[in-house]
Design a protein around this ligand. Structure first.
Ligand SMILES: [Zn+2]
Length: 421
């Protein structure tokens, strides 16, 4: 399917699914300011479910959850048959160009970039503190990850840690650029170079000295073992080359290491195919989202997902924190949309739907210290996702988006027009 364009895929869908029909179905009037209430709605507050309640938003922040006395004249959305939840947090993306805008159309209101352009970080920091109307997801970022000459990712022209460099100075430069946490790339493949354990240890120590978390790219047991040995705070992929035993689980627990498994990059495109074939999802995808969903990793094999899901299930049952992340912009993923598939993959790994939703909301907010989001609680940002049905029982109900709000302002779900070629 690699050669298909967005237009071709749209042409294969039933016409009833096109955005025009979706907006015609949407009969409610829009409020003028970011103040409103949703009543008679099932509430997932980031941790627990309230079967019937109200969410009150004033000036882009949550002013009440559960039973609320609403001032006369409050604009009310009827929530019967629907579920409201915190805007989703994707804990592993690569956010370039319009990715943050694409994310918002699928209810992902915060993204954690795990290797990206540091020039956007000052603006990202201003935006995420604001409650004004914004057209893209809020961003936290590792900025430039720590890798070596000849190491992963190869293509990019970036500063790299050489044997002569002081790892402490290298990390200090990332902190000056605005990195919110430090990403260390451990990828020991035949044709890739990677950090020595001593370098990795020094990077982690330097990050902690700067009061930054250190997270690791590690996908295979060899690299994950190094990551745990040098004391990273989190591993931002799953271990996907074999099933781990209890010794591993004990080390995760002893070190208090969390995991962001990015199962979407181990399913060889199955999740991507399900998103593109779904009339509840496809009409809202941009050309860029189609392009990346249609790409495939030629190295992917069916064993990856089996081992990755088994390992995630084992760690989760032992109490290791799991946060949801997609690695969006990698082949077979798309910014925002892939979170829907990722949360279903976490359910497939053994998390309950409520636990998977927590992995996409309150858990990353806690692990990464994101503060005013990830839960529907007094004073938090009114980043909200309203869906038909009950994703706390059937995670696929996340596909039934009714409305999305960022900072209390409703998000326009119309994708950008495709470029003519
Ligand atoms: Zn990544």
């Amino acid at each position: 399917m690699r050669q298909l364009s967005r237009r071709h895929v749209l042409a294969m869908l039933p016409t009833a699914a096109l955005p025009l029909a979706a907006s015609a179905r949407d009969a409610w009037a829009r409020p003028r300011r970011n103040t409103f209430a949703i009543t008679d709605v099932r509430v997932f507050d980031g941790r627990r479910v309230i079967e019937r309640g109200t969410v009150h938003v004033v000036g882009g922040r949550i002013a009440g959850v559960g039973r609320c006395r609403l001032p006369n004249g409050t604009h009310v959305y009827e929530g019967a048959g629907r579920t409201v939840l915190p805007g989703l947090i994707d804990s592993h993306v690569h956010s370039y160009d319009e990715a943050g805008r694409d994310a918002l159309r699928f209810g992902v209101t915060t993204e954690l970039d795990m290797f990206g352009d540091p020039s956007v970080l000052a603006e990202a920091r201003r935006d995420r503190r604001s409650t004004r109307k914004l057209e893209r997801a809020d961003l936290w970022s590792a900025g430039i990850g720590v890798t070596v000459p000849g190491g992963h990712p190869r293509a990019q022209d970036i500063p790299r840690l050489t044997p002569d460099d002081d790892p402490y100075a290298f990390v200090a430069a990332r902190v000056r650029e605005g990195s919110d946490y430090i990403k260390v790339v451990l990828e020991r493949r035949a044709d890739f170079k990677t950090l020595t354990p001593e370098q990795a240890k020094a990077v982690v120590t330097a990050a902690h000295r700067h009061r930054r978390m250190a997270v690791a790219h590690a996908e295979w047991t060899g690299d994950a073992s190094t990551a745990l040995d040098v004391g990273v705070d989190g591993i931002v992929h799953a271990i996907s080359d074999q099933q781990i035993d209890d010794t591993w689980v004990r080390q995760f627990r002893r070190n208090r290491t969390f995991m962001v498994p990015t199962l979407s990059v181990y399913d060889c495109g199955a999740g991507a195919d399900s998103l593109m074939a779904d009339e509840r999802v496809a009409p809202y995808l941009s050309e860029t989202q189609y392009d990346t969903l249609l790409q495939r990793n030629p190295r992917c094999n069916g064993g990856w997902l089996v081992d990755a899901q088994a390992n995630v299930g084992k760690l989760h049952r032992a109490g290791v924190p799991i946060a949801a992340g997609t690695d969006a912009l990698m082949p077979g993923t798309a910014s925002g949309a892939s979170m829907i598939a990722e949360l279903a993959l976490l359910v497939g790994a053994g998390l309950s739907p409520v636990e998977a939703l927590a992995a996409g909301t309150s858990t990353p907010a806690r692990l990464f210290g994101l503060g005013d989001r990830g839960r529907l609680a007094l004073g938090r940002k009114a980043d909200l996702l309203l869906v038909d049905g009950d994703p706390t029982r059937d995670i696929d109900d996340l596909r039934n988006v009714a409305r999305i709000w960022k900072n209390g302002y409703q998000v326009d779900r119309t994708p950008p027009p495709p470029t003519e070629d």
